[in-house]
Design a protein. Structure first.
Length: 290
């Protein structure tokens, strides 16, 4: 049997991704903690200590990353730790994130930071979250604080992780907090996330002109239940256009098209230095709502 060693091209970054609520543990001031405590998770389970990164075990996982040949890692910062209240910043939490990204660099791993990975402070959720137009300003203020604190160590930024997944599951199927099922809410949330991304992109480049900024977009394939049915083919195409293409097209053209609605987002046009593509298997009932 033939054997071969395959190598990545020079400069290729290969690594893993984590989300703050999934790995840090003891996040008790965000929307997902409240969602868990409200009994929305099977067997009333909660994230609890998770992987205990906030207790220091990130060091072990970063060491494992080195052992497996990784040279990049995308981690998210937890908005609720950094800004626990509207008028209060937690400098100790920011310093802890500095330790983490320095820990990556010391191990030869390039850090990439995600600024919103599904979770947000309770005070944001209580004030309407992404349905409230004011969140664009709240998010931008938070982004400024994080980037000013970490730009010495980080030059790769993801503004929002999978805004399409977040919008569909939180505001259409009701599976994510706040558990809504409203097409009007979907439109408002998508609009605010596009504006939030665009403002964050411009702000990051003012602070760090050579930064690389984008968002992470989830893509999945759709096929007609019956290839012989025109209705099925049209349904699959329409769902794909909405879920897969709406956001990338808006960021490319500055024009949003949503169920007959047309809206211009001039500041969003061209606000991607890279295209983050997440492609993974999901539950077959993920789009049962359609």
């Amino acid at each position: 049997m033939a054997h071969a060693i395959l190598n990545f091209p020079r400069g290729f970054m290969w690594g893993t991704t984590t989300a703050s609520h999934q790995v840090e543990g003891s996040n008790i001031n965000n929307n997902w903690y409240a969602w868990e405590k409200s009994g929305h998770i099977i067997h009333r389970q909660s994230c609890g200590m998770a992987c205990d990164w906030w207790g220091g075990r990130w060091r072990e996982d970063f060491d494992r990353a080195v052992e497996t040949g990784q040279n990049a890692h995308r981690l998210s910062v937890e908005w609720s730790r950094i800004q626990p209240d509207p008028n209060r910043w937690d400098e100790d939490s920011l310093d802890y994130y500095r330790q983490m990204v320095r820990g990556l660099l010391e191990r030869g791993i390039t850090p990439m930071i995600t600024l919103h990975h599904f979770s947000e402070p309770l005070w944001v959720s209580e004030m309407g979250g992404w349905q409230n137009n004011e969140i664009v300003e709240w998010f931008t203020v938070y982004v400024r604080k994080v980037v000013e604190a970490l730009h010495e160590y980080v030059s790769w930024w993801v503004t929002i992780n999978e805004p399409n997944v977040f919008t569909v599951l939180a505001f259409l199927t009701g599976d994510f907090p706040p558990g809504k099922k409203s097409l009007s809410a979907v439109y408002k949330v998508i609009s605010n996330m596009i504006s939030g991304h665009a403002d964050a992109y411009e702000l990051i480049h003012r602070i760090q002109p050579k930064a690389k900024v984008g968002l992470a977009h989830h893509f999945r394939g759709f096929e007609a239940a019956s290839k012989y049915s025109l209705g099925d083919r049209l349904a699959a195409n329409n769902i794909s256009q909405f879920f897969n293409n709406l956001l990338p097209n808006t960021l490319a053209t500055g024009k949003l098209r949503f169920l007959g609605i047309r809206k211009s987002f001039h500041t969003a046009k061209g606000t991607q230095d890279f295209f983050g593509l997440n492609y993974l298997r999901v539950n077959e009932n993920f789009f049962e709502v359609f």
